[in-house]
Design a protein around this ligand. Structure first.
Ligand SMILES: *Cc1c(COP(=O)(O)O)cnc(C)c1O
Length: 376
């Protein structure tokens, strides 16, 4: 039997009836866009996260763009973020004409390094006197919260906003609080492969701030004012489909249980990997919980990683590299002027990291097969 990298089929088998009922409901009432499912989902998810507002939107990328637009980020502004993330994190900044300033990552959590963040905030007036520092986007890579105890005060003491890119970490907590309740706004994604995914694209912005909520609701529909043909600012078409919201409502019923199962899978991996020579299993910092969007391990070096991934491939076990090229070395960001060696921790980790199959339905025997293949 083959082992899938993520297993959405097993999940579907469990929730098939609820998903079909939800989709049927939308087909019956006909409000395909901004139907009643949207408000219901926004209420359920914001309650779960302990945050006042959730604003459903079309994708995690749109969530980031809408959050930055609500904060009026534009040309001449600088936003600090990590180069060890998915394209969308820094792309959203650049799309609005602002400038991402990259910060190196922590070698253990792979999230933004607060010490390097402080250094780069302190240096920005010398390094980029042409820019106005505006904010920080922290990413909870692979589902583990960034170091918000240090990042949040650092941002706020320097007059910077904090956006949490929780695209991979919906359901994760930091000292008992949901990551989506942290920062000025938190943005998540419902792309199918994320811990809470729909059957297409979707996303949500969370905030405690009533004023920001109003702006986000307006920006989501072309900057609408009192009605949709009254446009008081520029916005986008950033709406979440009713059908996707119906799918998410069905999936959310089993989400907490799935988070528990993901943790069990992660614990089993950690136990199995403990005696595998040269492999470093992930560490979740005290006070954090991860939702294990990916289970990413480190090989000794690039050659060792290639060898381990070959062994998996020979056993028909899928694995993947997140991310093969850090953002500061992407052609799309060449104009920022970064080069190899600028973010040594990020680049070092990037040569050694790879991800094993991870989903709530991964059986203990499959995990044993996977780790046995790694042993060679
Ligand atoms: C997936 C992802 C996004 C973008 O989400 P989409 O829904 O695919 O637009 C943004 N940031 C991070 C860290 C992601 O993993």
């Amino acid at each position: 039997m083959s082992i899938p990298f993520i297993d959405l089929k097993s999940q579907y088998r469990r929730i098939e009836d609820a998903v079909k009922r939800g989709i049927d409901g939308v087909l019956e009432h006909g409000a395909y866009v901004m139907g009643p499912e949207i408000t219901e989902l926004e209420n359920r998810l914001s309650n779960y996260c302990g945050v006042r507002h959730g604003i459903g939107c079309a994708s995690g990328t749109d969530a980031l763009i809408m959050a930055l637009m609500a904060l009026e980020v534009g040309p001449g502004d600088a936003v600090f973020t990590t180069p060890f993330t998915f394209m969308a994190t820094a792309e959203s900044v650049a799309l609005l004409g602002a400038t991402p300033i990259f910060v190196d990552v922590d070698p253990v959590t792979f999230n933004i390094d607060p010490d390097d963040l402080r250094r780069r905030i302190d240096a920005v007036h010398d390094t980029r006197p042409d820019l106005t520092p505006k904010g920080v986007i922290a990413v909870d890579l692979f589902g583990q919260p960034a170091d918000y105890d240090r990042i949040e005060p650092l941002a706020h003491n320097n007059g910077l906003f904090l956006i949490v890119d929780a695209a991979q970490s919906f359901g994760a907590t930091c000292k008992g609080k949901s990551v989506c309740s942290l920062g000025d706004m938190a943005c998540t994604s419902f792309f199918p492969a994320k811990p809470l995914g729909c059957y297409g694209d979707g996303g949500m912005v969370f905030t405690h701030n009533d004023e920001l909520r109003k702006l986000l609701v307006s920006i989501r529909v072309h900057g609408m004012g009192d009605d949709r043909y009254d446009n008081v600012r520029l916005g986008i078409n950033g709406r979440l489909d009713s059908i996707q919201a119906a799918v998410l409502l069905a999936k959310f019923e089993i989400f907490a249980e799935e988070v528990g199962k993901r943790q069990e899978v992660a614990d089993r991996y950690a136990a199995l990997l403990a005696d595998v020579e040269g492999v470093t299993a992930p560490t979740v910092r005290e006070g954090n919980t991860s939702v294990w969007a990916q289970y990413s391990i480190l090989a000794r070096d690039a050659a060792h990683r290639a060898e381990l991934m070959d062994r998996l491939k020979a056993a028909s076990i899928p694995s993947a590299i997140y991310y093969p090229k850090p953002l500061h070395l992407q052609q799309a960001f060449a104009h920022l002027g970064y080069g190899k060696g600028d973010f040594p921790v990020c680049e070092g980790v990037g040569e050694r990291i790879f991800s094993l199959p991870m989903h709530p339905y991964l059986a203990a025997e499959a995990q044993e097969t996977i780790v046995q293949a790694l042993r060679g």
